[in-house]
Design a protein. Sequence first.
Length: 260
Amino acid sequence: MTERVRGAFAGARERSSAFIEQQRADGARFIDLPGILDADPVFVDLVDLPALLPLLRMTVGEDLALNETSARLFYPGPTFTSPFHSDLANVLGVNHAHTPNLLVKLHVFFEDLTPDQGCLAFIPGSQHFPPHHVNPHRPTLSGSAAVGRIVPRAGDAVLFNTHVLHMAEDNRSPHVRTSLIYTYGHFWMKSHGNAAPADLAQFAASPQRQQLFGVELPGISHFARRLDRLTPPTRLQRLKDNGARAAHRLFPTVRTPPRA
């Protein structure tokens, strides 16, 4: 799989050479190749890779869906990201310190990186901070044991809660850092246009991929899509569900407080 991804990425990069040249001429420090899910079937296969999908389901939930993709080139030079930051600091209506499964990112690496090649850095435990916690002073943390840095090898993938304080460090090497970034959220969330290939009809026989790529199904609510319910429930399953609901009403696990 790693070899397939490496070759497909190189092909997509070559086909986008004019786009890349223009972006670099405009001063871009990083470039996302356009339409990566349409560039090669391997990029679609990565979305529900059997080795990763169970972990994604446990992390986000059964209403899992792809939210955004990036096929990234990070050129030598200063980082393009903010200093340690949360991607969700300005998202309203959610207590991020207690919602670890709202949005996750998966960084996939298909080449070995060196420690100075713009690697990811994190502050473990910071996912419990409130949304607008003061961002740490980056120079102070440069040599701190509070920071975790990941130097990936080809075939590695890094999955993290996007509220944890993180950043890409400066690329002080002479090499471009290449990676794929897949962001996963919930089916009911608005997704980016690059979160699905152009031809959704190809998934007509795959309910799993229909859900992951945001294909709406008539008669099924956005809030009712589940990877563990891709087929209509059997009579036995309906009986179990009805029994569970009845038991919950009769023996609630959480009781409401009495009225004052």
